[in-house]
Design a protein around this ligand. Sequence first.
Ligand SMILES: CC(C)(COP(=O)(O)OP(=O)(O)OC[C@H]1O[C@@H](n2cnc3c(N)ncnc32)[C@H](O)[C@@H]1OP(=O)(O)O)[C@@H](O)C(=O)NCCC(=O)NCCS
Length: 146
Amino acid sequence: MNIRRICEKDLERLTDLERECFSVPWSAESLRMLLQDNFLAFCAEDDDGTVQAYAGMMYVLDEGQIVNVATAKEARRRGLAEQLLRRLLEQARQQGITFLSLEVRQGNLPAQELYRKLGFSFAGVRPNYYVKPRENALIMIRSLLD
Ligand SMILES: CC(C)(COP(=O)(O)OP(=O)(O)OC[C@H]1O[C@@H](n2cnc3c(N)ncnc32)[C@H](O)[C@@H]1OP(=O)(O)O)[C@@H](O)C(=O)NCCC(=O)NCCS
């Protein structure tokens, strides 16, 4: 598995992954934001070059927010999201980012376990933040100063 920064040619595949993984998927145009200067985004491609997972973060000065993490259903539980997030955290640290946050559905236990494994902790709730279905968001945070 190869981890690399995403580029323009990945947007179509990322759109497919969004549709496969989320009830309110990002469009290709929204995903294009990940190529901007204030975003960091990595993908994991398998040996035949198929992108199987990706993770993206937006940042301003020394604060970052993880905005998407998704792994194709057929490629789950192989450590891809974990590798991607570790890479994202390493790169964020190198760029002087000291604090990360993210939102996750209250019922999304696999993602919460993933973030907890990566050192994130719970910091609050945004009631009814998500739609399709309506659900609370949990806010998780992590300092990069350790
Ligand atoms: C959450 C998601 C990104 C995890 O991707 P993945 O590549 O399968 O995760 P990994 O294999 O890297 O798992 C790393 C750790 O996450 C946790 N984890 C992942 N899937 C899990 C599951 N189904 N149940 C419990 N823990 C899970 C475990 O701690 C795991 O470590 P372990 O394998 O040593 O137990 C994937 O399930 C997904 O795409 N879900 C739909 C989209 C989504 O919910 N994204 C997050 C939005 S906030």
